[in-house]
Design a protein around this ligand. Sequence first.
Ligand SMILES: [Zn+2]
Length: 159
Amino acid sequence: MARLKKRLTKRTSKKSTNKISGELTEMNCKKCDRLVYNVDSNAISVLCTRCTTLLVGAPKEKIQRVKSNKPRGWAFLAKYIHEDGTVYFRGVEQPKLKDTLKPTDLKKLGEKRKKTSEKNKKIKEERKIKREKQLVKEHKKRASIKEKKRKEKIKMLKG
Ligand SMILES: [Zn+2]
């Protein structure tokens, strides 16, 4: 009986590996919606290389290499043109557009980012202050309602 079971599992596992038909298709990443190429046509969902790397944790070597020749967060830019003329849209290389656009001005990019981050910081602080004010206001309101109710109760008890 046990033997038969063993044989059966062996057979089914073999069948499942046979499922990979070799037919390849394209599919959107289930996490970030990026188009992934060379996906087996039997695949239900796919995780792109970037999401897989994020999940697994990128190898240290690779990070260092990326750091040295591309600006931080380049893959998140809508359009990034590397100094060798390679065009990327949100981290995806566009081979057809190579050398058709001017390389991204990294100095300008840095300045722009600095400005944006300063602006965001300011907005954040303003929001915080606003929220604190609102909280104080709400607290006072609640306290006054409580006080009013308390007075009414006393009045009722007395009356
Ligand atoms: Zn993804």
